[in-house]
Design a protein around this ligand. Structure first.
Ligand code: FES
Ligand code: FE2
Length: 450
């Protein structure tokens, strides 16, 4: 049972907080590369872990992340002039280079060397996979960049949407690792299990049926260097279980189960303040570019949300009750809210900006969430006590997948899924069905013909 203090402990990520210190040990996505598209393009505001920053791309193309508040008298550098490898405050013209050093103070006497004594905060940044990454922690503890597979594939293989959500990061992370909500929140009504599941998967009929039919998966959780590997086990016919595996990565990343050889999915939840976060939704296909049809699906608001033009705010949001359609709720979808991200957002935001965990009644299906909270709390306290976290220093540990697949009943899921979790494997649809995923015949699964 979590107390109110525990909730605050996990929810707060500003400077000096225990969770803030833990987050600051990891590279975090700060913004999309395309938000600062060209050298000397306009500065962009970035709110990250309770800090107000400004992102710029310098004259030579290098990205930089600078404290928004000018050290002189506090004007915002968002309004600044991005010029000649630095940013100049529009109030009195002070200029800061990419290290944060003040290099020009045109309103001070030419003989003054005061500018050499003024430095502002600039955080290290790297560009990888269409994202500008930032490291806000102790330079001595800086890890390698996390080698996520989606960030290594060509740009044509992935689609990323950045969404600003007005709720604490943690309740959304908890939704990402809660596989049991999918058949409800994202489900449909008035249809057979097969009709429902064909919306979500393009694999064989029997497999789709299994997902929709078994609405009470059993959870198995294994601690791993990256965080947790969470297996949700569903009935898989005569000889198998159907496993949907989520990789939860400390502190706030989840890899959502994807079919072997199909679309893979990764969710980043990056705290802005304590009551909002940036959500990066990433879909990719390791083996090939996305088709025009797949891109269309991602851009038109079913799997990725529909955004208010020119913003990262969803069209369907808290202010308009997510445009819930009660008629649709009666006869079409379980929620009556359009869009999977919006459905997740609606339930997370409805808990309050920071959900009070002390009144929860957790069941067996919440086991992944319970374990993830424990791991976060343990690591943050360990840091508080002067300990270190270092499992993530090697960027290769993030190079993995989170498959959905059949495993023979007498084989532990992490053993049966080992190849499918390894991003080094060269999968294709043909390999999938031939060597990993037994082809289920309809008669293997009682009821599939119904
Ligand atoms: S406040 Fe920025 S130069 Fe004066
Ligand atoms: Fe969901």
């Amino acid at each position: 049972m979590m107390t109110k203090d525990d909730t605050e402990f996990l929810a707060q990520t500003g400077p000096g907080t225990p969770m803030g210190n833990l987050f600051r040990r990891y590279w975090q996505p700060a913004l999309l590369s395309k938000e600062i598209p060209a050298p000397d393009s306009a500065p962009v505001r970035v709110k990250l872990l309770g800090e107000n920053l400004v992102a710029v791309r310098a004259t030579d193309g290098t990205p930089a992340l600078i404290q928004e508040r000018c050290p002189h008298r506090g004007a915002s550098l968002f309004f600044g002039r991005n010029e000649e490898q630095g940013i100049r405050c529009i109030y009195h013209g002070w200029k800061f280079d990419l290290t944060g050093q003040c290099v020009d103070m045109p309103n001070e006497p030419a003989s003054s060397d005061f500018h050499t004594k003024v430095k502002t905060v600039v955080y290290p940044t790297e560009e990888m996979g269409g994202i500008i990454w930032a490291y806000l922690g102790d330079p001595e503890q800086m890890p390698e960049l996390p080698k996520f597979e989606w960030a290594q594939v060509p740009e044509s293989h992935r689609h990323i949407t950045k969404v600003t959500l007005e709720t604490n990061y943690l309740q959304s992370v908890e939704g990402d690792i809660d596989s049991s909500h999918t058949a409800f929140l994202h489900g449909q009504v008035g249809k057979t299990d097969l009709e429902v599941s064909s919306k979500f998967f393009d694999s064989n009929k029997a497999l789709r049926y299994l997902w929709a039919r078994d609405k009470a998966p059993k959870f198995f959780v294994i601690e791993a260097p990256h965080g947790l590997t969470i297996g949700a086990r569903r009935d898989g016919g005569r000889d198998h279980y159907y496993w949907r595996i989520t990789q939860w990565i400390v502190p706030s990343v989840s890899m959502i189960p994807g079919e072997v050889g199909g679309t893979q999915r990764c969710n980043f939840r990056v705290p802005m303040g304590d009551t909002d976060h940036q959500f990066y939704r990433i879909d990719y296909i390791p083996q090939r570019p996305l088709t025009e049809g797949e891109k269309y699906d991602f851009e038109t608001g079913t799997i990725h949300p529909e955004l208010i033009k020119g913003t990262s705010k969803p069209v369907r949001n808290m202010e308009n009750d997510f445009l819930i359609d009660r008629q649709l709720q009666r006869s079409g979808t379980y929620s009556g809210i359009r869009g999977i991200v919006e459905q997740d957002y609606a339930v997370a935001a409805s808990m309050g900006a920071i959900s009070d965990r002390s009144t929860e009644q957790l069941g067996t299906s919440d086991m992944g969430i319970i374990r993830a909270r424990r791991v976060m709390m343990r690591l943050a306290k360990h840091l508080e006590d002067g300990g270190e976290v270092d499992a993530h220093m090697d960027g290769d540990i993030f190079y993995m997948r989170s498959p959905a697949l059949l495993v023979e009943k007498d084989v532990p899921f992490d053993v049966g899924a080992r190849r499918a979790m390894d991003a080094e494997e060269e999968w294709s649809r043909e390999v999938e069905w031939a060597s990993v995923m037994p082809v289920l015949e309809d008669e293997d699964v009682p009821g599939v013909k119904a």
